[in-house]
Design a protein around this ligand. Structure first.
Ligand code: SAH
Ligand code: SF4
Length: 351
């Protein structure tokens, strides 16, 4: 079966012409796909039924996700779904809302999508990493997660304002499908979200970062650093190369030079592992003066025996960076009681 959500507008035009129809029919498929969220070709009402039948005959379908489990945080701001993809694969997708941050009168609503089932990078504190790698997601399977939430939000008269590739998996290890999804989701004739409202988070695949910088996209990049030196980083990210810390700083600079987009370094704070004030000073020294931004993420205890540092420690860690002039934020803890860390829900439900 061929999923209509896979096709770029130009490919959609070629497809309709190939099946003997006029080019303009493409937009009669694209518009409902991205604004009405149909689940079946029969719902593409703008198209004459003969064309709908032809599409079915040609093996086309509309891939949509089915919700199999939902958890909502106590404050109602975080909704985490376990979604079944067309082939029955369960993936996690999260909505994080910030009711106090209004964008054109609507709450900031960020969707966090998965790009792989499992992950080969093996980060010791990450539930997805501990699952191992199962498979890459197709662009249309990434889009299905977005569309599911777009539909859910539309029913509340809200919409997706931001999109982050921070769910299960390593987006740059599934480069082509991730970029296809980004292009479809940002295309004016596709979902049409602004490139600047998208962030890709990577554990640091250097070739992928450099490729991304050359894509002529204005998307944000977050690099998961987690340690200021290679010895510690390799303990947390077993697949990291021996010189990854410096390589990542350099790749971040190149990305900034090419795109003009500031790079964020993510730092998962783990009690007694990478949260000492001495390590904070080492991190400050490493990042000082390079204009980057650090996002401290007190971890959700998932894999292994890792714990989140106490609040006081987090604030002191942040203060050291701040005093060194390193721009820094602490990720607002949302949804930790609903297993909102990446890969956690699938692990809890599916095992
Ligand atoms: N593979 C990419 C993107 C997905 S992980 C990457 O690693 O960047 C997205 C973010 O979730 C990463 O910054 C990662 O550090 C964070 N994360 C993973 N496990 C976590 C946990 N147990 N608690 C909090 N954050 C976690
Ligand atoms: Fe993979 Fe990211 Fe989890 Fe590491 S933190 S195992 S790269 S998903």
């Amino acid at each position: 079966m061929k999923d209509l959500y896979r096709l770029m507008p130009e490919e959609m035009e070629k497809m309709v012409v190939d099946i003997g129809q006029q080019r303009y029919r493409a937009d009669q498929i694209l518009y409902p796909l991205y604004y009405k969220f149909p689940k079946d070709i029969s719902e593409l009402r703008q198209l004459p039924s003969a064309i709908r039948d032809k599409l079915v005959l040609e093996g086309f379908m509309i891939g949509s996700a089915t919700e199999i489990h939902r958890v909502v945080s106590d404050d109602g701001d975080t909704t985490k779904l376990l979604l079944n993809l067309v082939d029955g694969t369960p993936v996690e997708t999260v909505l994080i809302q910030y009711p106090s941050t209004k964008i054109n009168g609507h709450p900031r609503s960020t969707i966090c999508v998965s790009t792989q089932v499992g992950c080969a990078m093996g980060c010791v504190f990450c539930a997805t990493g501990q699952m191992g790698f199962m498979r890459n997601l197709k662009a249309e399977e990434i889009i299905a997660q977005v569309i599911h939430f777009a539909d859910l939000l539309a029913k509340r008269n809200q919409h997706i304002t931001n999109l982050v590739f921070m769910g299960m998996g390593e987006p740059l290890a599934n480069y082509d499908e991730t970029i296809r999804a980004v292009r479809l989701l940002t295309h004016q004739r596709g979902f049409g979200i602004g490139q600047r409202n998208i962030t890709i988070s990577t554990i640091g695949i250097i070739s992928g970062i450099d490729r991304l910088a050359d894509e002529d996209l204005q998307i944000g990049l977050a690099i998961s650093l987690h340690a200021p030196n290679d010895k510690l980083r390799q303990k947390l990210v077993p697949t990291a190369k021996p010189n990854s810390v410096n390589d990542l700083i350099a790749a971040g600079k190149r990305y900034f030079m090419k795109t003009g987009r500031r790079v964020t370094f993510e730092y998962a704070l783990i009690e007694g592992v990478n949260d000492s004030l001495e390590i904070a000073r080492e991190l400050a020294l490493l990042l000082k003066g390079n204009g980057s931004h650090v996002n401290l993420i007190p971890i959700n205890p998932t894999a292994g025996n890792f714990q989140r540092p106490n609040r006081k420690n987090v604030i002191e860690f942040e203060k050291i960076l701040y005093n060194a002039g390193v721009n820094c934020t602490v990720r607002v803890e949302k949804g930790s009681e609903i297993s909102a860390a990446c890969g956690q829900l699938r692990t809890d439900i599916i095992g």
